[in-house]
Design a binder for this molecule. Sequence first.
Ligand code: MG
Length: 345
Amino acid sequence: MSRLSLSCQPYTLELNHQFTVAAWSRATTPVVLVELHYEGITGYGEASMPPYLGESTGTVVQFLSGLDFSPFSDPEKIDLILDYVDSAAPGNNAAKAAVDIALHDLAGKIRGMPLYRIWGLDPQKTPPSSFTIGIDSPGVMVSRIGEARDFGMIKIKLGTAFDKEIIKAIRAHTSRPLIADVNQGWKDKNDALEMAFWLKENGVILLEQPLPKENRDDLSWLSRQSPIPIIADEGIKRLSDLENNLDVYNGVNVKLMKSTGLREAKKIIGLALKNKMVVMIGCMTETSCAVAAASHLSPLCHFADLDGPFLIRNNPFENISVQNGGIVIPDKPGIGVDLKHNPAK
Ligand code: MG
């Protein structure tokens, strides 16, 4: 009987710039690169562990090492395998995502089809994607606009004492639509509502996680009053979080590292759309492995925020490209990106 086997390799992503948001700052992101092997075919996956989410290289490697794939002889039985992976331990969302991505890549390669085609999606219907500029002095943030290349939107991190200065400075240098991401950095709902009106006047089209996720009553109030959609990031990780927060936000930023991968991300997108919410497909700092995987879901979404590989300087995978403001979905079997070089070297 053929065997499904997993190997993994810790790797450190080096960011182009110190990355600062309302609550923290960092220059690297640990990831674990995963390979699932089956009959000479390799599926690639990735776990990215920004420290604030609680997973680490150690927890991911420990979770993956405890998995036993010997009962599974058919890697195309994705639901069966991922049900087992999800039940192996609570939490470990990024580690589970790595297996989910690798398994989808493997299944796509076995069938010789890109994931978007397996799902029946139109690769021409990719939404505009944003490029993120972290918190710095307004002058430095303006100097980063050129790095946004062909991205259709720019995401600006806020949550400082000088948020309006940042937006004014950026707005003076680009007419592109802006997304404001506060990373829970504001505390008062009335101030947040006043800012939402001011941001709309300045061409900001979405306001992401303005208040702490625990302040559900305030977020719900804000979502009813705000002139621009309030979308969840930290507040919604898995499908159950969306089910419990349908009236709290106007939209959701879906990320594979929060959702445990593609399978549940697709369910979250479906439920959010059914509830007429704004849907963004996003990422952490990730290589083009996890971001390419997410891109296959992007035709289902209103917006994308898939800039991860463009924020790092040592992507071990082939790059993905940006055209007409959005990510081009790779047109090869599975997720559609191969390793450029062995990350262990
Ligand atoms: Mg965010």
